[in-house]
Design a protein around this ligand. Structure first.
Ligand code: HAM
Length: 464
């Protein structure tokens, strides 16, 4: 994590000035107006995950830093420069989790989940932390919803994860594309790595500074570089699908056949390499649909693009940088963390990016049921009585609101009107003394005086 070079440390006021706290860079408050998008997305995801037979797991936000160094990989951007690492009071190196797949594997090992019926199907959601340069769609704290199938090497597991992704984003009303590739196994990747190393080495002078570094460390990452010059070179690069061994080819073919079977539309895209080291075989990303500016080198099944890739009014070209989600197979992660050999695969979605896409694609959220009743009070005695009535009516299952702060009836009726409430209950000093209450029809303006003890019956009559 880089140190702040200039200025006062955060949180320390200028001399003579009162300290005012600020959000940390790359962090966001999710205000109620925005929260409804997250609630909508998460409830869809959770219901769907359960209907696919996944169970919920909640994991800590703090983990040992070593877990991600080992799990995600030392050469990845995440581990090299994006981890929030610090020492706790005992001097242990801990970090805010940058993702949850490694944590799930830790939990799988720690709780002996290999003794359960395999595969174990889990889902999770929560905040993740990456010390990245904040920009559109990229924050330092963001939220993911993810699912993992642990203990299956079957191609049908990969297909089920991708099917979930299709059903989930479709249920939100979004248009998107599924980009899929196979990274093969250690053996086929070794051969491919050598091929592209030689290829990119011959073009080294045309590569950007970062890619020249990647050439030695991880040449596969050059394939998803966003620099225009690098992209021009990448389109000519050898493709991994041509170097898959027989087993990996068979696995990938079976995944695609399963996807065809359930009508999932995908693009074979040899540039999907993912930014985490634990993947093998199937990898995929879900991109928001858009009109590509340039022809990208999307492979064979182009003619299969259909409903999911319908054009939108977006102008920018989608890419890994704007992915709504991504995942793949990670058959060796659990073993590398000290568990038994356990094949697994999964996906995670970025909730902030999905929210932005819902807004961009102008998807209408389902209407949340508004309040039915407003209770207005005039004077202190009435306020005291109103709180009790509010509680009784609320407990009977009515959606009731109030503004116990306001004294003027006019102001309270204005609020009720703004909220679109049909019935207003009015309580003044006289009504409290007589144990009565006024029911006002906010549409017609007509009013009726009723006994307080009959109020529930009267409301039921009107709100049946
Ligand atoms: P990932 O591709 O690093 O994969 O992240 C998944 C999604 O999280 C991305 O597609 C994106 O929507 C969102 N995301 C990532 N970084 C940021 C950020 N800085 N700001 C906002 N959104 C972001 C994983 O994390 C893997 N654990 C996925 C997985 C699960 N693979 C197998 N199982």
């Amino acid at each position: 994590m880089s140190k702040r070079k200039r200025g006062r440390p955060r949180g320390r006021p200028k001399k003579g000035k009162v300290y005012t706290p600020h959000l940390l860079r790359g962090m966001k408050d999710i205000l109620p107006e925005e929260q409804k998008y997250f609630d909508f997305i998460e409830s869809k995801a959770e219901n769907l995950a359960r209907s696919f037979g996944f169970e919920k797991i909640s994991l800590p936000i703090l983990e040992e830093a070593e877990l991600f160094k080992k799990g995600v990989g030392l050469t990845t951007d995440i581990v090299q420069k994006e981890m929030f690492i610090f020492e706790d009071l005992a001097g242990d190196k801990i970090c805010l989790r940058p993702e949850a797949t490694a944590s799930i594997c830790r939990a799988y090992i720690e709780h002996g989940m290999s003794n359960l019926t395999q595969p174990v199907k889990l889902f999770y959601s929560g905040p993740m932390f990456r010390y990245e340069r904040p920009q559109a769609g990229r924050q330092r704290q963001f939220h993911q919803f993810g699912l993992e199938i642990l203990g299956s090497d079957k191609p049908v597991a990969d297909a089920q994860i991708i099917l979930f992704a299709r059903d989930f984003l479709q249920s939100l009303g979004l248009k998107f594309t599924i980009q899929i590739n196979s990274l093969g196994c250690v053996d086929c990747r070794k051969i491919y790595r050598k091929k592209i190393f030689d290829f990119f080495k011959s073009k080294k002078t045309f590569l950007c500074k970062d890619c020249r570094k990647r050439l030695k460390r991880n040449p596969l990452r050059i394939l998803d570089c966003k620099e225009t010059n690098c992209q021009k070179i990448v389109v000519q690069a050898p493709q991994i699908v041509d170097f898959l061994c027989e087993d990996c080819k068979e696995h990938f073919t079976r995944v695609l056949e399963f996807l065809d079977e359930v009508g999932v539309i995908y693009n074979l895209n040899s540039r999907i390499v993912r930014g985490l080291d634990y993947y093998n075989r199937t990898v995929f990303e879900i991109w928001p649909a858009a009109v590509p500016k340039q022809t990208s080198e999307v492979l064979p099944s182009e003619e299969k693009q259909g409903e999911q890739t319908t054009e939108t009014s977006q102008s920018e070209e989608p890419s890994s940088q704007s992915a709504l989600g991504g995942g793949g197979r990670y058959d060796h992660l659990i073993k590398s963390l000290g568990g038994q050999q356990t094949a697994a695969c999964g996906v995670a979605f970025g909730l902030e990016r999905i929210v932005e896409e819902i807004k961009k694609q102008q998807v209408k959220l389902p209407k949340i049921k508004g309040p039915q009743i407003f209770i207005a009070q005039i004077g202190d005695l009435a306020r005291q009585n109103a709180l009790r009535l509010f509680e009784n009516i609320r407990q009977e299952g009515f959606r009731i609101v109030e503004n116990l702060n306001k004294d003027s009836l006019r102001a309270q009726l204005e609020i009720a009107n703004k909220l679109g409430v049909k019935w207003c209950l009015i309580l003044g000093q006289q009504e409290v003394l007589n144990k009565t209450i006024i029911i006002r029809d906010m549409t017609s303006g007509s009013q009726e005086l009723v006994d307080q003890e009959k109020i529930i019956k009267e409301l039921r009559k009107r709100l049946k």
